[in-house]
Ligand binder design. Structure first.
Ligand code: FAS
Ligand code: PHB
Length: 389
């Protein structure tokens, strides 16, 4: 097989990149290790920055999002009964779209199908070759048969555990990592959300988040120590723990119900530098991970796709490779700004085994946030998403 861009991974990064390239007349083939059902069974992000929402609209994939998603003008930050609403609209004149990553992936799949996109599922043993030559290629097995795709470029959209980052020569890659001593136990329930907007709650027992997918589908999280097993968390135990971490009036109106999904996600901050080696480009979780406290994971994948697709379009249309050679530096600048914000939100709102001094500093940080419009504007500016340029 031959194509212009071989894309490894059919998550949001790979599918959105394939869609944007197709609309610019650039061919791609997407290789995915799992089935479509498996990919669509994942429950992950819930908040889209305006930049991602606009990209989906431009890619012809925004209709259902605009019909079923919710525009949110703010979020609530609570610490015990101290609460502050961060009013994005009033502070920075922007909003966010609440629409599940699962639905985004669904919509991208439908768009790729409608345009005859080539997505090969259950591709096994994907391997990258010749990435530092001008004729790279990818091999894989499909139904036991060895296949090969010759291409001009490879986009590694294969997430944190994929093969692309591992294809870098060890001496050409530097990684920066912080592993947090806790994870998020998340639950999806067919219950009305407890509030109109998201509530991020810090509490001496640990962090909790009240989110949603629609007016009848709620998404909740509680911080749990690393090593916790999801099977040790009955629904009742989850609901009691969640209530114990929320302001009293919120806890009293919480509608509980059976979980339709329950899982634990570990939290880490991770960046690989550079994101490019030869003809291979890392995109999304393949190149970086953020703790989900800042709702940045999916949104960073989107800005990577924007930068890389723009560079590829300039290359194929005008022979201009400046976007490709500048991709890593440009993407990493926005990545590190989001890493900082996600680390800050996580440190501020989660329970750590801290020294007394650190506890007091955190209390002062919260006091400053609650009392300073400037601090609230800084949070709002980062939460809605820093500009792509
Ligand atoms: P993805 O991991 O989504 O997609 C990578 C794709 O590559 C997958 O489909 C995988 O099957 C495929 N792949 C891997 N290895 C392969 C191989 N060898 N061959 C072929 N294909 C291969 N972000 C938020 O903003 N908020 C959240 O609440 C949130 N929750 C999360 C919960 C979990 C459990 C995880 C893991 C992540 C969460 N994230 C969250 C982050 C998440 O949304 C990512 O940022 C987003 O999925 C990034 O998209 P991709 O870069 O496409 O990576
Ligand atoms: C979610 O709805 O899954 C969600 C929302 C905001 C976050 C993280 C997760 O910061």
């Amino acid at each position: 097989m031959k194509t212009q861009v071989a894309i490894i991974g059919a998550g949001p990064s790979g599918l959105l990149l394939s869609q944007r390239l197709h609309l610019a007349g650039i061919e791609s083939i997407v290789l995915e290790r799992h089935s479509r059902e498996h990919v669509l069974g994942r429950i992950r992000a819930g908040v889209l920055e305006q930049g991602l929402a606009d990209m989906l609209r431009q890619a012809g994939v925004g209709e259902r999002m605009d019909a079923e998603g919710e525009i949110h003008e703010g979020v609530e930050i609570a610490f015990g009964d101290n609460r502050i609403r961060i009013n994005f609209e009033q502070l920075v004149g922007k909003t966010v779209m609440v629409y599940g990553q699962t639905e985004v992936t669904h919509d991208l799949y439908d768009a790729r199908d409608a345009m005859g996109g080539r997505i090969i599922h259950q591709a096994e043993d994907v391997a990258l070759h010749g990435i530092d030559t001008d004729k790279p290629y990818v091999t894989f097995k499909k139904d036991g048969v060895e296949e090969r795709i010759d291409c001009d470029f490879i986009a590694g959209c294969d997430g944190f555990h994929g093969p692309s980052r591992k294809a870098f020569p060890a001496d050409k890659l530097t990684v920066f990592e912080k592993v947090y001593p806790f994870g998020w136990l998340g639950i999806l329930s067919e219950t009305p959300p407890v509030a109109e907007e998201l509530i991020y709650s810090g509490h001496p027992r640990g962090f909790a988040l009240c989110s949603l997918r629609s007016r009848v589908l709620s998404r909740y999280y509680v911080q749990v120590p690393s090593g916790e097993k999801v099977e040790d968390w009955s629904d009742d135990r989850f609901w009691e723990e969640l209530k114990s971490r929320l302001p009293a009036d919120v806890a009293s109106t919480l509608v509980t119900g059976p979980s339709i999904e329950k899982s634990i996600a570990p939290l880490r901050s991770f960046v690989a530098e550079p994101l490019t080696h030869g003809r291979l480009f890392l995109v999304g979780d393949a190149g970086h991970i953020v703790p989900p406290t800042g709702a940045k994971g999916l949104n960073l994948a989107a800005s990577d796709v924007f930068y890389l697709s723009s560079g590829l379009i300039d290359f194929y249309r005008a022979g201009d490779d400046s976007g490709l050679s500048g991709y890593s530096a440009k993407a990493l600048r926005r990545i590190w700004l989001a890493e900082r914000f996600s680390w800050w939100m996580t440190t501020l709102l989660h329970k750590f085994d801290e020294e007394a001094f650190d506890v007091r500093v955190k209390r002062a940080e919260l006091d400053y946030l609650m009392s300073s419009e400037t601090a609230q504007r800084a949070l709002a500016e980062n939460y809605v998403g820093l500009p792509y340029d």
